[in-house]
Design a protein around this ligand. Sequence first.
Ligand SMILES: *Cc1c(COP(=O)(O)O)cnc(C)c1O
Length: 362
Amino acid sequence: MAGFTLKTYPWVYVTKFDGQAWKGDSILNPHLTPEEESKLNEEESANLFKKRNSFLDLPVINYTSQYGLGCFEGLKAFPQKDGSFKIFRPEENAQRFFNSMTGLKMPALPTEEFLEGLNDFMSKNIKLGFFPKYNPEWEKDKYLSGHSIYIRPFSYSEAAIGLGLSFKPWVIMLATEVGAYFSGGTHKAVTTNMIRATEHGTGWIKSNSNYVIPTLAKKQAEADGYMEAIFLDHKHQKYIEEGSSCNIFFRLKDNTLVTPELGDTILPGITRKSIIQLARDKGITVEERKISIDEVMSEAKEAFVTGTAAGLTHIGSITHNGETANFGDGKIGELALDLLENLKGIQYGAIEDKHNWMFSIK
Ligand SMILES: *Cc1c(COP(=O)(O)O)cnc(C)c1O
């Protein structure tokens, strides 16, 4: 996804389950001052970030590296006008991470400890002065060019080689620099006949293993000239499920907004949940239900995908079985833009946070 970088910030949080309790702390990795780091040449900078990405004696052979038994989260922090930083809905990520770990049958990190760890390492990074400062220039395009900080918590298993469950996992949280999301390039999407998730499987878990098929499908779609691959249900190849790692929405000609209903094959996105709320706040009818590819091809007038990394990205057309449906004139649709500006406005503190979504780093 656009904007991701391997430039991690120096403070990370590490906690491990010892069989009884979670024991965690923030760790400071090799760093210079922000000023000094900005002056490094490419090689020096690469070396520094390599050290920052190799900070623990984690076992190489384990359930995560061998069998994909692991889960993760993605969330973002936003610079505020008053110089502080706020994280978007971290309680939701804490709960989903707990559910994912539980779904993978490993001891789950309690949500309070997730939030404490998150706050601790983020506030220590703020003190070092690395995070991007609020820039009033972003107000000009309603924060579409705004910078943010991407936060990645993930689990990592103890050493192991046979098949088994993790009883003493680590949870690691780190933050990385992320650039503005530039919506350059194509916005064409294509359906794939690959299957992302099946009933009774792990599709609802934000697990490492779920990312293999979407990566293959998306890279194939890109090789064929598209931006995104769209998954259909595994039983009938008829109902829309998700994009490659994003939830999906359609605005129909009758102005209702439709998104596939949650179930065990769809990831419960926090952006999805927020967009549904923002649309309902505007008096728009939102339906969470099955929606077939045929209905989309004939009835949709806007389409977009949602996720923390992409925010909200419009889809200009969908190609299915050789036929293409175009939505609008290729630019972002009216409702999609309105919702995106609304979401960004809340995240950067320009629009009232009615639902108490923003978490102040203390
Ligand atoms: C993470 C993810 C999403 C988006 O979830 P957000 O909470 O909005 O970031 C959607 N689909 C899949 C498969 C995902 O892994």
